[in-house]
Design a protein around this ligand. Structure first.
Ligand SMILES: [Ca+2]
Ligand SMILES: [Ca+2]
Length: 343
């Protein structure tokens, strides 16, 4: 899939009551012989899980001022030549791009209490926004924990996130996800060093903070209620890394799940996240995404080619914010996008 670079496809079977009772799996029921993720490449001598064909469907729309735009939706088709790994009818699929990994040490050190205070699952203040915490399984502690990482917040901490990336994205077994006989490709030391590496990756500084256009954009961001989900300022609690402890920082996320409408739905639940819910994406460093990776897209599956398209895809709890963006004149839209690109 050259257009998206490292895009990957998560798969699972529709949930069954029996499996839903097991908190370790959430509601993700792995596909027999394949697991929960398609590996469309493999090392020499091993067949890939399946081939993934990606096609795009485009649709056009208009801002209130009549300016036109075009959005594209991805469609994936899985084809299987290996009869030993049949793809069952009704398989649930979810196309994903890998999110940036800087700043995650700060996100991990936000006290769970802060996230609980930001959550408003029943929309008690009736602003149309009902963020909620994903409760997920932590294999280390064998308990449910607050989900923070992953596009549906299905991972409780960087140890789990890193270990599951090793096994799912690269097929490398490790102390948290070993082989059936208990052995593993890498040990505690390599896993630990990698966790420390992502944990300590710094966040790019904001630029042009005194520029009048950027300041206008920041005001419009607040006016359109974007900050109800993309929370600008949070603080860490204690941390085993001194540099991460008690820091005030600006991630532009609440780490909570929000219903983003049918347009962005993948229909594939993950723990308590349903098929329409996604974790608010942090917006820090946004303007550098395509500097780092020129073909990087936005949103969970990279469908948005620009920051502007990413906003136009917002629906569900973010419908009112999107409507405000669509009603802005050309100058205001440009100012908001300029602000976002300086984060
Ligand atoms: Ca609310
Ligand atoms: Ca909600």
């Amino acid at each position: 899939m050259p257009e998206l670079g490292q895009a990957l496809v998560r798969v699972s079977l529709p949930e069954t009551a029996a499996l839903m009772a097991a908190p370790t799996d959430g509601v993700v029921v792995p596909v027999p012989h394949i697991g929960a993720q398609i590996r469309d490449h493999a090392v020499y001598g091993v067949a890939p899980d399946a081939d993934v064909t990606l096609t795009w469907q485009t649709q056009s729309g208009q801002y209130t001022d009549g300016t036109g735009y075009e959005l594209r939706t991805p469609h994936i088709e899985l084809t299987q030549s290996d009869p030993a790994k049949p793809i069952p009818d009704g398989v649930l699929t979810s196309l994903r791009i890998p999110p940036p990994v800087f700043g995650v040490g700060l996100l991990e050190a936000i006290p769970a209490m802060t996230l609980a205070e930001l959550a408003d699952p029943k929309d008690g203040d009736r602003d149309g926004i009902s963020g909620r915490i994903n409760q997920v399984w932590d294999p280390d502690t064998q308990t449910l924990a607050v989900g923070r990482f992953g596009l549906k917040a299905n991972s409780p901490n960087l140890r789990h996130q890193t270990a599951s990336a090793y096994v799912n994205d690269m097929g490398i077994t490790n102390p948290m996800f070993p082989e059936a006989d208990g052995s593993a490709d890498i040990g505690e030391q390599i896993l630990g060093e990698n966790i420390f590496y992502v944990k300590s990756l710094g966040v790019p500084a904001r630029t042009l903070v005194n520029d009048p256009t950027v300041q206008l954009g920041e005001k419009l961001f607040a006016d359109a209620n974007c900050a109800a989900c993309h929370v600008s300022t949070l603080a860490t609690g204690p941390s085993d890394v001194a540099a991460l402890a008690h820091q005030t920082f600006h991630p532009y996320t609440d780490l909570l799940l929000h219903d983003m409408g049918k347009g962005l739905a993948d229909g594939r639940p993950d723990f308590e996240a349903d098929g329409q819910e996604w974790r608010t994406m942090p917006l820090w460093g946004l303007g550098l995404n395509q500097t780092v990776l020129p073909y990087a897209g936005y949103l969970h599956d990279g469908r948005a080619r620009t920051i502007e398209e990413a906003i136009l895809w917002h629906g569900g709890e973010a419908e009112a914010s999107k409507a405000q963006f669509m009603a802005m004149d050309r100058r205001d839209r440009a100012a908001l996008l300029t602000f976002l690109s300086t984060l």
